[in-house]
Design a protein around this ligand. Structure first.
Ligand code: CA
Length: 231
């Protein structure tokens, strides 16, 4: 079992590393947010223990980066403070659990075990295909199929669909889509998102009874097999 420990405080690194090694875990340490993102996106860990206070980015930003990059490794967030607001923002950024420092090692271990059970704790094979309902996107061949039918997408439509398929069921705002797919941080062009969504929808949904690309009025879009209807 591989654990990524993201912490800049050497005393905590020593304490956690020693304990986990004794339990048979392999522990790698990242001491900054950027290092954590670089290591975390490699996908070789079964759990990430992420301190909120880091020298560069904070733990929430790291968590958001990892989730936006499609990393679904369970994340246990550590913080020195114990406020409801911290907990809520931590969980909203994509963390699976939350623990306040100082903590007893036994508690850390128990929480890791729970997260492992929940997350399966298995090393996933390299993912080549993403699938939602009968829509399949192959990242190697760049082929997209809905049912039996091959869907012909432009590179930008493909990138947009891949982003949605990495976040199944998640509500994504135009601004976020623009940032992640087009790389813009300001939004003079948000309407470009609507235009591309329309094109994409025509190609993947129009000939099918079950609609996957859902509009959530006033907010954005999501790709969801559960609702199966267009709002
Ligand atoms: Ca720290």
């Amino acid at each position: 079992m591989r654990v990524l420990l993201v912490e800049d405080d050497q005393r905590i690194v020593d304490f956690v590393q020693r304990g986990l090694k004794a339990e048979g875990y392999i522990v790698e340490v990242a001491r900054s947010g950027l290092e954590a993102i670089a290591l975390g996106t490699e996908g070789k860990f079964q759990i990430i223990i992420l301190d909120l206070g880091l020298p560069d980015l904070n733990g929430r930003q790291v968590c958001e980066h990892l989730r936006n990059a499609g990393v679904d490794t369970p994340i246990l967030m550590l913080t020195a403070r114990d406020t409801v607001q911290d907990k809520v923002t931590g969980l909203r950024s994509g963390a699976d659990d939350y623990m306040t420092k100082p903590f007893a090692f036994e508690e850390l271990l128990a929480r890791i075990e729970v997260l492992m059970r929940r997350g399966g704790g298995k090393i996933k094979p390299e993912v080549k295909e993403l699938q939602i309902a009968d829509l399949i996107l192959n990242m190697e061949t760049h082929e997209v199929r809905r049912g039996e039918k091959l869907v012909d997408l432009t590179p930008k439509e493909f990138a947009l669909l891949e982003y949605f398929m990495r976040m199944p069921g998640k509500l994504l705002s135009r601004t976020r889509i623009l940032e992640q797919v087009w790389g813009y941080s300001s939004d003079p062009l948000t309407n470009v998102v609507d235009v591309y969504i329309r094109q994409l929808r025509r190609k993947i949904d129009d000939d099918h009874d079950v609609k996957l690309l859902i509009t959530v009025r006033g907010y954005g879009y999501k790709l969801d097999a559960q609702q199966g209807m267009r709002i």
